[in-house]
Design a protein around this ligand. Structure first.
Ligand code: SF4
Length: 517
């Protein structure tokens, strides 16, 4: 190893999984999958290596019967039509047609078998995509502005910066063994469209006058994350020029690697180190590593759009538009992906963009082609004008496929959104996020209404239920939602939410929105 692994000095203080990682780097499992397990089959995979599959972007699916789920990294959410066709072909050939868009702008497959993985890795690599390190204790997909380069509300185009940082960390063995998962975001958008506060490290647009000249650059937030103990990331007192983003990312990641906690898995995210050190000490350590940096300038984030773009909007390039589509509960399929690729090439700039709200954007469409593009059959389901609640419902994978899930989520999310659209009329859009366990992949804490799965005993046995939390918001005034008393059976969620939202509607004051709760 090229660096001093300070945490290795006392292996007795490490959790069991750290020993697994020390014995064999997570990245090494990719070669073993290709050379051995794909040939010898599911039963040949020992437990330790199964736990390293995450570094290949692959998890065992529920039930553990030889099927896998896979995430594919889409840095800043921007793909091309050929990439989307390759993604569709994989779903069609190996994944029973299913494609999920995740809350980290990634693509997720189900139903894969280990025998399929080498061909899938190849097909992805041929179009410049990777599942590697989409999961695992390593720098994962870098999320960012899905509209980078075309965004009227961006101060700086971040495509090149995301590419530079992503390429540096991908398959980099100096950073493939972090204490826990590690999530970065980079955006130049002034409406916080990469959800800065819930990332381990986030770059947001900022400006500073240096030597009489206004420089557009970034501020950095560190230590955000959700799960059972959610933390808001905190702003560091530094100003970062665009060419210094990579250096800063390397510095912060080095601190996490070398000083992050490795004793308990549930206490290993960067957020715990930041909370203990405080941002002052964190900054001092960072400066020690990367050299002096100017103090903060002006943070240019002015609000939060929760990464919703449904509808048709002008781009910063005159005469061009993008269409924001709703992907109901984030689930689509191979044939829809192929149709989106066709539309992107026929009418637009050939790009298909995924968002952290589990939706899709088509871009670069000239005004004169808009009407025809909007008539495309696939846009009737993946609609730019989805109904109020369907357009704002986010769901994690849940117990259909996820081994950690306590309850079912995706179908419930669809049913609840349909129920609310049929029973409640509202002039504002309330965001509902549903998660199947405390891990919070569906980012429940930042929702207007967040539902977290649990089980309750009834006279008829144990049934799926949910805790309900209200009032989550990011951007200026950011706060996680507050859990209400009581737990609601899954079969009653639709009617309970209808009552709750109707109560709000009937009692709100003039000018009040649901976010004021
Ligand atoms: Fe699985 Fe829990 Fe994540 Fe949902 S939140 S996908 S149930 S780990």
């Amino acid at each position: 190893m090229a660096y001093e692994p300070v945490w290795m000095k006392d292996p007795s203080a490490l959790n069991k999984f750290e020993l697994v990682k020390m014995e064999k780097d997570g990245l090494d499992v990719i070669r073993t999958i290709i050379d051995q397990y794909a040939k010898e089959g599911y039963d040949s995979i020992p437990e330790d290596d199964m736990s390293r599959f995450k570094w290949a972007g692959v998890y065992e699916q529920k039930p553990r019967d030889g099927h896998f789920m896979m995430r594919v990294r889409i840095p800043t959410g921007i793909t091309t039509a050929p990439q989307v066709r390759a993604l569709a072909s994989i779903a069609r050939d190996y994944g029973r047609n299913l494609i999920d868009v995740t809350t980290r702008q990634a693509i997720q497959y189900h139903w894969l078998r280990v025998e399929n993985l080498p061909d899938i890795f190849n097909r992805l690599e041929e179009v410049g995509l990777y599942s590697y390190e989409a999961c695992g204790d390593c720098p994962r997909t870098i999320v960012g502005n899905p509209l980078a380069g075309i965004d009227k509300d961006e101060l700086i185009d971040t495509i090149g910066i995301v590419e530079e940082v992503s390429n540096f960390f991908l398959l980099n063995r100096d950073f493939s063994n972090l204490p826990r998962k590690y999530k970065m975001s980079i955006t130049g958008n002034i409406y916080n469209n990469a959800n800065a506060e819930i990332n381990d490290l986030a770059f947001v647009p900022a400006s500073k006058v240096i030597d009489g000249q206004e420089i557009i650059g970034f501020h950095a937030y560190v230590g955000g994350g959700l799960s059972a103990k959610p933390h808001m990331a905190q702003e560091l007192d530094i100003f970062i020029r665009p060419e210094e983003v990579l250096k800063t990312a390397i510095g912060v990641t080095t601190i996490f690697r070398d000083y992050g906690y490795r004793q308990k898995r549930h206490h290993a995210r960067l957020k715990f180190l930041v909370a203990d050190w405080g941002v002052e000490k964190f900054k001092e350590k960072l400066i020690e590593l990367i050299g002096d940096m100017p103090s903060k300038g002006t943070n240019r984030t002015i609000g939060w759009n929760a990464v919703y773009y449904d509808g048709v909007y002008e781009q910063k390039q005159e005469g061009l538009h993008f269409i924001g589509l709703n992907v109901p509960v984030g689930r689509t399929e191979a044939s829809e992906f192929e149709q989106l690729a066709d539309i992107a090439e026929k009418y637009g700039d050939g790009k298909i963009r995924t968002t952290m709200s589990q939706n899709i954007i088509l871009s670069g469409i000239p005004a004169e082609k808009l009407e025809e593009a909007l008539q495309s059959p696939v846009l009737q389901r993946l609609s730019p004008q989805a109904k109020t609640f369907m357009s704002r419902t986010v769901s994690c994978t849940g117990n259909e496929f996820c081994n950690l899930a306590v309850v079912e989520t995706k179908e419930l999310a669809r049913d609840v959104a349909e129920y609310l659209d049929a029973h409640v009329e509202l002039d504002e859009k309330i965001r509902i996020h549903i998660i199947g366990c405390p891990n919070a992949c569906g980012q429940k804490h930042i929702a207007d209404i967040g539902l977290q799965g649990a089980l309750i005993r009834t006279p008829d046995g144990t049934v799926d239920a949910f805790d309900i939390a209200v009032g989550g918001i990011l951007g200026p005034g950011a706060k996680f939602n507050t859990t209400l008393k009581g737990r609601v059976k899954s079969t009653e969620i639709g009617s309970v939410l209808a009552k709750l939202i109707t109560f709000y509607k009937d009692n709100r004051e003039a000018g009040e929105s649901f976010h004021n709760y």
